[in-house]
Design a protein around this ligand. Structure first.
Ligand SMILES: *Cc1c(COP(=O)(O)O)cnc(C)c1O
Length: 471
């Protein structure tokens, strides 16, 4: 710290004097005394250090000082979790919060947040109820099976399923194909989850080919389950073979062990009916003989972060009794969201309108291109001759490991420098768009900064802030 110069000290008011001034009163009212005091103190200190170098002719401008403190305080107190525009081209972007939920779902959550609810209360009998029953009937109706459990996310669902089957006396081995030992982003690896869940991984087959007999040969009296993991975020192509689900289920049942399927995304309707690539459904897996299926709430389903387990009653009952269920359970907001969302799935004809994820995934390229043509002039105007923008075709990703090899025909705006391209120009643009009041997230491709407009819902808000762009 620089020792304050006596002249600098005299030139500036004290913290106390400022705190009692009329100009600062509105800041105290808005941000509280503690934060305001800290901010004034920090600003005075900076100013004092500057004056130590040169205090000649300095006059303290209180209005300017207070305005600067106001800006500091506004900056400090803005929410950390902020809305952004997801124009990245990835619809279910894990880092941007995955699924967006319909208003009906948000309204249900709002009500559960602000009012008491019958979360674990049986309104008929007046006794204690079970929180998962609110959604169990919808999950089993839409996915099949005769019981369901909801936990924090699908990673938790897989953990809980494994931990439950591995807690039976003398049973600790779970057989999985070598081709399915997946890693999902963020340290979810099947072998690690198995270890933590207390089960021993028995790998069978090879990376590209696994046959039914590989599973049959691995079964021992210690086998707790056979598990199939949907290879959701990559595709093995070429000389490949996997054991069909119905045969795996039959093999497991012959040995009185459960067959578990981790679907990852999982979808309650046939996406082909909506013009999208097929995604395996829990209903199919259960029809193939699976005893338990796990899938995410916030991937293709389009709901809140959750892990859904659906399947046979006895297995679901064991899972519910596992003490870890309590540690992994969901709160009332998640259940309210799932309840409202699942009810929308009971009317498949209206899904495209009512479920945001399906609406975004099924937007036609022509519709997106028309939107791009509409906003192009405003984007061009904001680039002030430093860059040029044009409408381009692009391809959106579904994201979150769903349908990795399929992309959706989309359209957007490509921004390129005027004249010769400088190497880092696209990075600079990317930074400038992220610095807007509602940050805009695009992606860089071949030196161009691309805004994929598939997920642009609040077009007027997007356009209105473009004059704040600084490149
Ligand atoms: C995404 C995924 C998971 C993890 O699900 P989260 O809901 O992100 O916890 C597990 N298994 C598969 C196959 C997945 O695709």
């Amino acid at each position: 710290m620089v020792t304050p110069d006596p002249a600098a000290r005299r030139a500036l008011p004290s913290v106390d004097r400022l705190l009692s001034s009329n100009a600062v009163a509105p800041l105290i009212a808005k941000f509280g005394r503690a934060l305001t005091t800290d901010t004034i103190r920090a600003r005075l200190q900076t100013q004092r250090e500057k004056l130590t170098q040169n205090a000649n002719g300095f006059e303290f401008d209180e209005a300017r000082f207070v305005a600067a403190c106001d800006a500091d305080l506004a900056q400090q107190t803005q929410p950390s979790l902020r809305p952004v525009f997801n124009l990245s081209g990835t619809v279910l972007h894990t880092n941007l919060g995955r699924a967006l939920m319909p208003q009906a779902v948000a309204d249900a959550v709002m009500s559960a947040m602000t009012r008491p609810v019958n979360l674990e209360f049986d309104l008929g009998g007046g006794a204690r109820g079970e929180r998962d029953t609110h959604v169990e009937k919808w999950i089993t109706k839409l996915a099949g099976g005769d019981g369901a459990v909801v936990v924090n996310n699908n990673a938790a669902a897989v953990y809980l399923a494994l931990n439950t089957v591995g807690s039976q006396r003398g049973k600790s081995e779970v057989i999985v194909s070598r081709g399915e030992l997946i890693e999902i982003g963020g340290a979810f690896r099947i072998p690690d989850i198995m270890k933590r869940a207390g089960v021993k991984l028995i790998e069978v087959g090879t990376t590209n080919r696994t046959h039914l007999k590989d599973f049959a040969e691995a079964i021992t009296p210690r086998t707790a389950a056979i598990m199939k993991v949907h290879t959701s975020n990559y595709a093995v192509q070429g000389f490949t073979a996997t054991a069909p689900e119905p045969e795996l289920a039959a093999l497991a049942h012959e040995h009185h062990i459960p067959f578990i399927v981790d679907l990852g995304s999982g979808m309650l309707v046939n996406l082909e009916d909506y013009g999208l690539p097929h995604e395996p459904t829990p209903k199919e897996a259960l029809a193939h003989g699976a005893d338990l299926v796990t899938f995410s709430g916030d991937k293709l389903l389009g709901g809140p972060q959750a892990g859904l387990l659906v399947g046979k009653k006895e297995l679901i009952a064991c899972i519910r009794k596992n003490p870890m269920k309590r540690a992994l359970r969901v709160d009332k907001m998640t259940l309210a969201a799932l309840d409202a969302l699942l009810r929308l799935y009971t009317n498949p004809d209206k899904l495209r309108e009512e479920v945001t994820t399906i609406r975004l995934l099924t937007r036609a390229r022509e519709d997106i291109r028309a939107q791009a043509e509409r906003v192009l002039p405003q984007v061009q105007a904001a680039l002030t001759g430093k860059a040029e923008a044009r409408v381009v075709d692009c391809a959106s990703q579904i994201g979150s490991g769903s349908l990795p090899v399929d992309s959706l025909p989309s359209a957007g705006i490509a921004i390129l420098p005027v004249g010769k391209a400088k190497g880092s120009f696209a990075d600079k643009l990317s930074l400038a768009f992220r610095a807007l009041p509602v940050p805009v997230i695009g992606h860089i491709r071949d030196g161009a900064f691309i805004l994929d407009l598939r997920c642009l819902d609040r077009e007027a808000e997007f356009v209105a802030q473009l004059d704040r762009l600084k490149i």
